[in-house]
Design a protein around this ligand. Structure first.
Ligand code: SF4
Length: 240
């Protein structure tokens, strides 16, 4: 079996909180976010045998406790992802997946086969704006992905699950809506950086989070990642 390969980071301390991992990027994504930081791997072909990717992971094995599959959209290559995740589990390593949620069947299969330990699901806007913003009809798929992961997290079949909002100036109103939709799920607000638009600062994001009456994690370039509980915040990591 071949994989449309996007890239490999042998060791990363920023892709899974508190863990050293390697990160495998799978090429291709049906969405075209204007802010995508991995635009060079959204399309194109670089097919490699899965064994080659497994060899890359094996070369990092002694330094890491897990593997994060990112992209592009890793679940777009569901069959290859399942094979890769199975090999990673056989090595005794944890499996994380970063996803836009467009392929819920792939997430369901990974969870059903006990091949994933952590899913980070992007939710990009309120549901009513979703398809128009992403230029592809995918809102029902993302809603289904959210339900699959939420249910699996509650039942203990998915040890870690978080919803990630990448927040840009001008879209602050989306946060409260998404937070309500995900009130029972860990929520991360990540500073969006795009072109000349000044990114929201950590203190600006904290003010937005103050309206939510819940603990969130905030990720910014200047502040790393913090757990924020309204008036009191706790420093978790210094780099991201
Ligand atoms: S969904 Fe993710 S990988 Fe795809 S275009 Fe958007 S940011 Fe990039």
């Amino acid at each position: 079996m071949d994989v449309n390969f996007g890239g490999f980071v042998p060791i990363s301390t920023v892709d899974w909180r508190g863990k050293a991992v390697c990160t495998v990027f799978l090429r291709g994504c049906p969405v075209r976010c204007t802010y995508c930081h991995n635009a060079s791997i959204l399309s194109g072909k670089d097919y490699r045998p899965v064994e080659e990717i497994i060899g890359m992971i094996r070369s990092s094995r002694l330094l890491i406790s897990g593997v994060v599959f990112s992209g592009g959209e890793p679940t777009m290559q569901a069959d290859a992802l399942i094979v890769l995740a199975g090999s990673v589990k056989k090595m005794g390593l944890l499996v994380g997946v970063q996803t836009n949620g467009v392929y819920p069947d792939a997430l369901e299969a990974l969870i059903g086969k006990n091949l994933v330990d952590r899913i980070a699901l992007d939710i990009k806007a309120r549901w009513q704006r979703y398809d128009n913003l992403l230029k592809v009809p995918c809102v029902s798929n993302v809603q289904r992905s959210l339900e699959i992961c939420r249910t699996a997290r509650k039942s203990g079949r998915l040890p870690e699950f978080e919803v990630v909002i990448t927040l840009f100036r001008g879209y602050e109103d989306e946060v409260a809506y998404i937070s309500r939709e995900c009130s029972d799920v860990d929520l991360v607000i990540q500073q969006g950086v795009q072109g000349d638009i000044p990114p929201l600062s950590c203190s600006e994001i904290k003010k937005i989070a103050d309206q939510l009456n819940r603990t969130v994690r905030i990720r910014t370039r200047e502040g790393g990642e913090i757990s924020y509980e309204g008036s009191r915040d706790r420093w978790i990591a210094s780099e991201r």
